[in-house]
Every structure is written in C-alpha cells, then in structure tokens.
Design a protein around this ligand. Structure first.
Ligand SMILES: [Zn+2]
Length: 303
C-alpha cells in the first residue's frame, strides 16, 4: 500500500513538472521589444497575458536571453518578435522554441520585401527598424490581429474589433505628426542621431537621416565617422543632433565636440526613443506617445 501511494504521488509530481504552463485559460504571449509589447496589449486586451522581455532603454541588437527569459519563452503559447535580425543574439533561441512547437512569429513578415530598406549591416540584408513608418505599423497591426485570431478563433471578433479601434488611433497619429512635420521646411529636415534607426522615418516623412554608428549598435562609431558627420552638420548648417534612449550618448557628445572645435555650434536637441519605448505608465511608454514625443523633439530642435 505504502509503495502504491509513493508511486501515485511520484507520478502526479512528475506530471506536474512536465507541464509548467499557466492554466488560467488565457493566451500567453512573450514579446521582445516594448513596441511589440504595446501593440499586442492593445489588440489582445484582457484575453491575453503579455510578457515583454525588453523594457525601456534596452537595446535589442545586443540583448541576450537570460535563463529566466528562456523559461518564459518555453511556457509561451506564442512568441512575437521584430525579425530581420533586429534581435541578432536571440535568433538561435527562437529556432530552439520553434523546434519545441511554439508558434514563433516575426512581425516583419507583415511587410512586403519590396517595402523594406536594404542594409548590408544585418544578416537579413534589410533594415529592421520598421516601426518608424506608421503605415508599416498599421500593416503589422492587421497582421498581429490575424495571428492572434488564427490561434484563438473563439476570440477573433474581440481581437479584430480592438485592431480596428487601434488602427483609427494610428490614423490620427499620422495626421498629427504630418501636420507638425509640415511646419519644418524640407531643407531643415536633417536628422543626425547616434545610430541609423530612422531610415524608415526619413523615407516616410522626407528627412535626410544620418546615423553615426551604422545600423547596428554592435559597432562603435570611429573617428572617421565622427569627422564625416561633423562635416555634414557644418555644410548643411544643422542646428541640433540627437541622443537615443537605448544607445550610450558618448558618440553624440564626441560629434558635438568635433563640430564645436571647428568654430561651429550644434546643440543636443534631446533624447529620442529609438529601439525601445519610454517607461511604462508615461506617455512615451506607448508607441503612439513615443512617436509624438520624437516628432515634437525633432521639429522643435531643428526649427
Ligand atoms: Zn537599432
């Protein structure tokens, strides 16, 4: 009898260990960047539990998965990430999760290859900073709503209604930022930042974009980059350069020094949110708030 109880106890214990997935009936999604986390929260509402791996100020290019992250990912019903090698050090982890039959989705799959900006700096051969064109984010909203609906057909109407409401907000955002950018003459639309996160922004809203560090933050800006960019600032009488929340500010400060040493003046126009949103609970902690903040900071400083 004792033996039987022991075996029964052990089997229950072992079965319990095997399946550690939470049993609250909700759909568990793990996301990478805070932009994706915000989008999934908007579409999924209270039908999903979203866990974002990367908070404010976190650089996705350099991010490595911790043991805790791997266990979150293993327990997810779905993983949503940026793709195009944005999260360059997580590629193997995502492949491992796919082998465990976890639905792993890159939001960049929402976009046509012809709409992407090419780049030799990423293994994907494309620039992964796709969120800086609101029309891309609209396509990604539709795509994510469809992915959630396919996985949880019983909540399809809920997800689609949330996506429709969110798309309306994105439309308003687009109108607002276009109106603000229109107040800045085209010859003043020159955006110099710490790394090349803003190519899609430049293409969508007619800015000439110069990044000091190349596309990925994995390489530091060299002396030559700094001198070349300083010459650009002087030639075009650029009034301000920008720091980014997820990139150390020293390269932009070196650039400002290089310009000033040639008897020209350039100010630091503020800190932009590039590869991560601001703190949760602040306006910049959402995609819409972040975009408005960036545009306002850029336009005010360059006017
Ligand atoms: Zn980046």
């Amino acid at each position: 009898m004792k033996q039987f109880i022991l075996i029964a106890f052990l089997s229950v214990f072992l079965l319990g260990c095997k399946d550690t997935k939470p049993k609250d009936g909700k759909f568990h999604i793990v996301t990478t960047t805070s932009m994706i986390t915000d989008l999934v929260e908007n579409i999924g509402g209270d039908k999903v539990v979203v866990q974002g791996l990367m908070g404010a100020g976190v650089d996705p290019h350099l991010y490595k998965a911790s043991e805790g992250d791997v266990s979150k990912l293993s327990n997810a019903d779905m993983i949503l990430y940026g793709g195009l090698h944005l999260e360059g050090k997580l590629v193997e982890v995502f492949e491992k999760m796919q082998k465990q039959n976890i639905k792993t989705v890159a939001v960049s799959d929402a976009l046509d290859k012809k709409d992407l900006i090419g780049s030799t700096l990423f293994a994907s051969n494309y620039d992964p900073h796709i969120w800086f064109d609101v029309t891309n984010w609209e396509k990604i909203t539709v795509f994510v709503a469809d992915q959630l609906s396919a996985a949880r057909p019983e909540d399809k109407a809920f997800f689609q209604a949330n996506a429709t409401a969110y798309l309306a907000k994105l439309k308003t955002l687009e109108e607002e930022i276009k109106a603000e950018i229109a107040t800045l003459p085209v010859d003043k639309r020159r955006l110099v930042t710490a790394h090349d996160a803003f190519s899609y922004f430049g293409r969508a809203y007619q800015f000439d974009v110069v990044g000091l560090q190349g596309l990925s933050t994995a390489t530091e800006a060299g002396v030559q980059d700094v001198q070349k960019t300083a010459a650009y600032i002087i030639d075009h009488k650029v009034k301000a350069v920008f720091i980014e929340s997820s990139v150390p500010k020293r390269t932009v400060e070196a650039l400002q020094k290089a310009v000033n040493s040639k008897n020209h003046n350039v100010v630091i126009g503020g800190t932009l949110f590039s590869d991560a949103l601001g703190n949760p609970g602040t306006p910049e902690g959402t995609y819409i708030g972040m975009f408005k903040f960036n545009v306002h900071t850029i336009v005010s400083a360059l006017k």
